[in-house]
Structures are given as C-alpha cells and as structure tokens.
Ligand binder design. Structure first.
Ligand code: NAD
Length: 258
C-alpha cells in the first residue's frame, strides 16, 4: 500500500465530541475528507447540524447528536446511536472542552469542578463508552485533545484548573493506551498550543494584549489556524500511525521548546 493510502479512512466511522465548532469542527471535516462517516456530537445541536450539512457536501454520511459529555448516560447514548446508525465505531475524537482564566486563590468550587468535569470526566466517559465497542471488535483509534497546558504553565493568565485537567488527560491517554494495546485499540493525544478559535477569541476579549505576547512566546511567531489540526488528527486516526499509542503529539508552533 502506498504511503498516502495509509491516511485514507474510507468505510470507517468516527465520533467527534465538541464537533460543532472550532478544532472539533475542523477534525470532523478532516476525517470526512479522508473518507470517514462522521458523528458530530455536541451540546449545541443546531451548530452540529450545520457541520453535518457541510460534511454531506463532501460526499460522506454524517449524523448530528446532542450530548453533554459530563453526563455518562448521554455519552453512552451517543455511542449507542452511532452503532445503531453506522454499525460500529472505529475512531473517537474526544475534543469537547472549555477554558477559563481565574486566580487559584479566588476560584470558587463550582468553577474548579465544572472545568474538571467537562475537560477530564467528559473525556473519560467518551473513551470508556467508545472503547467498549472498540474492544469488542479488537479495533479502534482514540484521539483525546489535551493541550500544551498539560505540559507547561501558560503565562501570564492564571488557569490552574484548566492546566490540571489537561495534564490529567495526557496521563489518562497513556493509561488507556497501556490497558487497551492488547486489544488493538490505540489511544493518543494531540496537545495544541494557541489556536485561533472561538474559545481563544472569547478569552482574549478580557485581555486583547495577551494575543501579541503569546505570539512573541511562540517560535513560529503566530497562533495556529484551526484547520491545521486536520493533518495530525487524520494521521492519528488512520493506519498511517499504526505503531503509535500513548503518544503526545504536540502542535504548538514551537511554544514548548523555549
Ligand atoms: N483553541 C485553543 O487554543 C486550544 C488549545 C489547546 C487545546 N484546546 C482544546 O481543544 C478543544 C476544543 O477547543 P476549541 O478552541 O475548538 O473550543 P470551542 O469553544 O471553539 O469549541 C468547543 C466545543 O465543545 C462544545 N462543548 C463544550 N462543553 C461541552 C459539553 N459539556 N458537552 C459537549 N460539548 C461541549 C462546545 O459547544 C463547542 O462546540 C478543547 O478541549 C480545548 O481545551 C484548544
């Protein structure tokens, strides 16, 4: 098989949580462009349906599913709907996540718990539900979306809960990779640096000057474009990465080098 064919996902079924916008939306598009059928799962069903309409124009099957990843039963229903509709799950991208800036000493309990609940518990529930289907078939590729914030502490903004959640996603990824390797289920994580999505735009409204500072702290001198996550995602989803599991694919314009 030629190397470019290794990146094809024809006949594969992918589920993307947080697929309605930003990085998740781009990964839905990338997986579809590689030939996969895609389930766009998100809290925002209306936006998920818009993404599905776009995927249909690419000539693939797609389905929008409403899910709150913090609700285990809803996550299990998401996987069940995928299996009912498409017969299987080959790829999971656990992308749904939120960010917030807040000093640790001022952080109310609810904010700490909300960020951990979405960013960590939500990723675990999705991996567990999709993983069970994959283990049965002895086949699967799971991609979690962590962050460079799971490796370094961002500056100057304070976000201890976010950083802790992303570090936990990295170790969760490695733990699942070790447990599920014997079943031919690979689990890897993409750790992005600053990407120009709504999440970052909303945060920058508080302190627009941070955007320029972040660029200076990034060797490549710019933020990432959301569509730049398509390549790493399709690579990890496909047989092109068949010997990778438990790996942390850092895509940060070089931020963590310095
Ligand atoms: N943008 C960045 O710079 C950046 C950097 C590193 C990591 N990340 C991570 O990438 C992921 C996507 O970020 P983004 O920038 O595209 O964000 P975004 O805010 O643009 O999109 C996030 C999506 O997740 C959905 N979502 C939020 N809570 C949910 C829940 N409880 N259940 C289901 N869906 C939910 C939202 O509706 C939205 O569609 C997040 O995990 C984020 O932490 C982003």
């Amino acid at each position: 098989m030629s190397v470019l064919d290794l990146f094809r996902l024809d006949g594969e079924v992918a589920v993307v949580t947080g697929g309605a916008q930003g990085l998740g939306e781009q990964m839905c598009i990338g997986l579809a462009e590689a030939g996969a059928s895609v389930v766009v799962a998100d809290l925002n069903l209306e936006k998920a349906q818009k993404v599905v309409e776009h995927l249909h124009t690419l000539g693939v099957s797609a389905l929008a599913v409403k899910v709150d990843v913090t609700k285990k039963a809803e996550v299990e229903a998401m996987v069940q709907k995928t299996v009912e509709h498409f017969g299987k799950v080959d790829v999971l991208v656990a992308c749904a996540g939120v960010g917030q800036w807040m000093k640790a000493e001022d952080m109310p309990e609810e904010d700490w718990k909300r960020v951990l609940d979405i960013n960590l518990n939500g990723v675990f529930f999705a991996c567990q539900a999709a993983g069970r289907e994959m283990l049965k078939r002895r086949k699967g590729s799971i991609i979690t979306i962590s962050s460079m914030s799971g490796i370094i502490v961002n500056t100057p903004q304070a976000q201890a809960h976010y950083n802790a959640s992303k570090a936990a996603v990295i170790m969760l990824t490695k733990s699942l990779a070790a447990e599920w390797a014997p079943y031919n289920v690979r689990v890897n994580t993409i750790a992005p640096g600053y990407m120009e999505t709504q999440l970052v735009a909303d945060l920058l409204k508080e302190r627009p000057e941070y955007g320029e500072l972040w660029k200076k702290l990034t060797p490549m001198g710019r933020l990432g474009r959301p569509e730049e996550i398509k390549g790493p995602c399709v690579f990890l989803a496909s047989p092109a990465s068949s010997y990778l599991t438990g790996s942390v694919l850092v895509m940060d314009g070089g931020y963590t080098i310095w």
